[in-house]
Design a protein around this ligand. Structure first.
Ligand SMILES: *Cc1c(COP(=O)(O)O)cnc(C)c1O
Length: 364
């Protein structure tokens, strides 16, 4: 039996007729850039997931960039961010000329370790980018308390955590700004690039809305230097079709995770942690093993696809070498990169495929 790490075609085949009908309607109405599909998606997204308002954008990186503008980040400012995440978590900081300050992660949850944040704060620290990694909510109470004490602006990168809640509150609405990605591989993925920004603060949200379209609220009048970060109509049309199914997709991811958790019995394996303050939406199911590479090879021989997410922490990337956070400086993240392997976890996996993954891991 073959179990790919990820196969998007199954989801797209399952909704093919409905998606193509929606895309055709958008095509026929020429609703290409923003427009009714995007407005509908923004309203549906906010209503379905529990946000006051949402802004559709052209990627998950763009709202992180806008969030840095909203936070007033700039040259000389230091912004705290975890090193064990996708690079975009730091891009928004760098795009405005601020400096990422990488703070190590918790060895159990993989999220930023609140106990290590305060030691990294200097008079230049202006904000924190929190990442809800692999779909697991980060410990927001502790992070928000530190932020309040030091007057820090809090951005939540929810690219991997759409639908996740922290103590009942949707992630992204705890800090000042929340950001999402609808890249095809995400839990809610479009057929191309897409993203969103949420904020409980109406003034910040309204400014983001202007920044999204050339700093312009009135055509050809530009209040500030803005961007072209519009969501396109085709993406919104497809996302409207998928959003209705997101709760089902998430439930299936969680059911697969439950089986992995209960039935993987390999010695020395560390399964993803569960936390008391919110359920993971399992963007990834990432396990650790001292012989990670051997385990990967073994799984490949059994036709089980795996991936290394992530092989290199951000502070060890060439683009951030000049920051001087060298090898050994953030040991927990470095160890995670060396010992983690992610198993297949997407809603369309069959029970037989899940059986095969479990049996193959246990046979190592
Ligand atoms: C995917 C991702 C992003 C960026 O999203 P794009 O849509 O690819 O720009 C940002 N942060 C994290 C944690 C991600 O996983």
């Amino acid at each position: 039996m073959k179990v790919p790490f990820l196969d998007l075609s199954l989801q797209h085949q399952a909704i093919r007729d409905e998606a193509l009908a929606a895309l055709t309607a958008t095509y026929d109405a020429n609703r290409f850039c923003l427009g009714q599909d995007v407005t509908d998606f923004e309203n549906n997204f906010a209503a379905t997931l529990g946000y006051e308002r949402a802004l559709g954008m052209n990627s998950g990186t763009s709202p992180l960039h806008v969030a840095s503008v909203l936070g007033g980040f700039g040259p000389g400012d230091e912004i705290i961010v975890p090193p064990f995440t996708f690079i975009s978590s730091a891009w928004g900081i760098s795009y405005v000329g601020a400096t990422p300050k990488f703070v190590d992660i918790d060895p159990v949850t993989f999220n930023i370790d609140p106990a290590k944040i305060e030691a990294a704060i200097t008079p230049r620290t202006k904000g924190i980018v929190v990442v809800h990694l692999f779909g697991q909510p980060a410990p927001m109470d502790e992070i928000l308390a530190i932020a309040a004490k030091h007057g820090l602006f809090v951005v939540e990168d929810c690219a991997q955590a759409v639908g996740a809640r922290y103590k009942g509150t949707p992630v992204g609405s705890l800090g000042d700004v929340g950001t999402f990605s609808f890249y095809p591989t995400k839990n809610l993925g479009g057929c191309g690039e897409g993203g969103a920004l949420v904020s409980k603060n109406e003034a910040l949200f309204n400014r983001a809305k202007l920044l999204r379209v050339h700093g312009s609220g009135r055509r050809y009048y530009h209040d500030e230097v803005g961007f072209n970060f519009r969501m396109d109509g085709f993406q919104a049309a497809v996302l409207n079709v998928k959003l209705k199914r997101l709760a089902g997709y998430t439930a299936r991811r969680q059911a697969i995770a439950k089986r992995y958790r209960e039935e993987i019995k390999l010695a020395d394996v560390i399964l993803p942690a569960t936390v008391g303050y919110g359920d993971s939406v399992y963007h990834q199911f990432t396990i650790r093993h001292p012989n990670r590479d051997g385990l990967r090879e073994h799984l490949a021989k059994h036709d089980v696809g795996t991936d290394l997410i992530y092989p290199v922490p951000l502070h060890r990337q060439q683009c951030y070498a000049h920051l001087g956070q060298g090898e050994g400086s953030l040991p927990v993240a470095e160890k995670a990169c060396a010992t983690c392997v992610s198993l297949p976890i997407f809603p369309e996996l069959t029970d037989a495929q899940v059986d095969h993954v479990i049996a193959s891991v246990n046979a190592f």
